[in-house]
Design a protein around this ligand. Structure first.
Ligand SMILES: Cc1cc2nc3c(=O)[nH]c(=O)nc-3n(C[C@H](O)[C@H](O)[C@H](O)COP(=O)(O)OP(=O)(O)OC[C@H]3O[C@@H](n4cnc5c(N)ncnc54)[C@H](O)[C@@H]3O)c2cc1C
Length: 395
């Protein structure tokens, strides 16, 4: 047996024994993730996985990671997929600020912040957008002034996902208002549990509230929590966006999605709602739409896998990440719309006895999919980045 085969056998046995049944086969909407992660089973699962370092399998063991090689991490992910295990922890700590700290943090910052991400106990939120700074993020105005060993921060952030549940925020703040727009910005970390931070959830038509307005009134951040140099936060802020876009664009976790999916859920849905004609979808227009979407999806999947495999050092790509964000989010949006369309009026249900749970979930998924081409930077912004930074077109 090769080392990797032994690793697979042992991992499979460990997962079978340690992953609670209640954490398998779960299907939930990301807006409801906090409910899933507040159960007793989730807590048991989190503790067990943290004990192995498998919440962040490839991060160094010094920070509570698993220290696995890329090949081992792929095996772990495949074995979790085999039993449909839900991730033991998720969120912006693991996907955004953690990788950024690994690249830009000092040893002290890594030791103070990474272990509470790898054990899944601290939740993070992203303080980037402001009422006057979204696509034009460098227009941000939240002002931070140094006083002794602290930054005193005043301003407003908006669309702060999960701020109402977060313990810490990573934020871009203006530390030199006289400098050019992209300069004079610093990247800081601040504790959300302080008097100077007020969080107001923004209600959605769904009744839930995935994001918030966050007011900073003399909020403080320790100078020791300045990441990188003072006034040089833009570069770090952009790198973090590449980690975010890499996740949205399907680059993370792409290496283990090599196999073609044998059954296509869209075909099953079409047969049920549009009609089954001797084993075929009973409408040529929908046959064509599903074929086109599925082929693009498969080609995209193979491309993400190839890019991840070719990228031997495991680094998240730079500006090319925008291509994956653009294509991945467009596919997700179009796939959700097609699924809803195939269901006809049943795919527009909101509540009530006339709709099955799956149909209501489809409506929510369709509405939610409208956001994926916006957060992490809109499609138009990704096209600008691709034009300028990938294709080298003039500004
Ligand atoms: C579900 C969701 C979660 C989010 N979570 C967070 C979060 O946790 N933290 C956070 O900081 N932010 C978050 N955001 C905010 C998100 O990053 C912004 O919405 C996004 O960057 C767009 O900014 P905006 O909403 O101000 O739109 P605007 O920048 O006002 O854009 C409006 C429209 O104009 C277009 N446009 C703007 N500039 C250009 C240009 N130069 N060229 C071509 N077209 C252009 C845009 O593409 C868009 O269609 C979230 C957003 C959503 C939808």
């Amino acid at each position: 047996m090769t080392d990797l085969t032994t690793f697979r056998t042992e991992t499979r046995a460990w997962l079978e024994e340690n992953c609670p049944q209640a954490m398998r086969n779960l299907s939930f909407h990301w807006e409801d993730a906090h409910l899933i992660y507040s159960t007793e089973a989730a807590e048991v699962w989190r503790e067990r996985m943290a004990g192995k370092g498998w919440i962040a399998p490839m991060w160094p063991t010094a920070y509570g990671g698993g220290g696995l090689s890329r090949e081992e991490a792929i095996v772990l992910s495949q074995e979790m997929g085999r039993i449909k295990a839900t991730a033991a922890s998720s969120g912006m700590g693991l996907t955004m600020i953690g990788p950024t700290l690994l690249e830009y943090g000092t040893e002290d910052q890594k030791l103070r912040h990474l272990p509470s991400i790898t054990d899944g106990t601290i939740r993070w939120c992203q303080g980037y957008s402001e009422p006057g700074a979204g696509s034009d993020l460098a227009a941000l105005q939240a002002r931070a002034v140094i006083e002794g060993d602290q930054f005193i921060i005043n301003g407003q952030k908006i669309w702060t996902s999960g701020a109402q549940y977060a313990d810490w925020m990573f934020a871009l703040v203006r530390t030199d208002p006289s400098a050019a727009k992209h300069e004079g910005i610093s990247f800081v970390l601040l504790d959300m549990h302080q008097a100077g931070v007020t969080v107001k959830p923004i209600g959605l038509i769904s009744g839930s509230s995935p994001f918030c307005e966050t007011f900073l009134d003399n909020a403080t951040a320790h100078r020791a929590d300045l990441i990188g140099e003072l006034n040089k936060g833009w570069t770090i802020g952009k790198r973090l966006l590449q980690f975010e876009r890499s996740g949205i664009g399907g680059l993370s976790g792409a290496a283990n999605k090599k196999k073609a999916v044998k059954t296509n859920p869209l075909v099953d849905i079409a047969k049920r709602y549009v009609g089954d004609q001797d084993g075929k979808i009973g409408n040529s227009e929908y046959r064509e739409k599903i074929l086109k979407h599925s082929m693009t999806e498969r080609a995209f999947q193979l491309t993400t896998s190839r890019v991840v495999q070719e990228n031997q050092n495991g680094q998240t790509p730079g500006a090319t990440t925008s291509i994956f964000k653009l294509v991945g989010s467009t596919l997700a949006r179009d796939g959700a719309a097609l699924k809803s369309e195939l269901m006809g009026a049943q795919g527009l249900g909101w509540e009530g006895e006339g709709f099955e749970a799956k149909e209501i979930e489809t409506s929510r998924g369709w509405l939610n999919s409208r956001a994926v081409t916006i957060y992490g930077g809109t499609n138009e912004v990704q096209m600008n980045i691709i034009g300028k930074r990938v294709l080298g077109l003039p500004d």
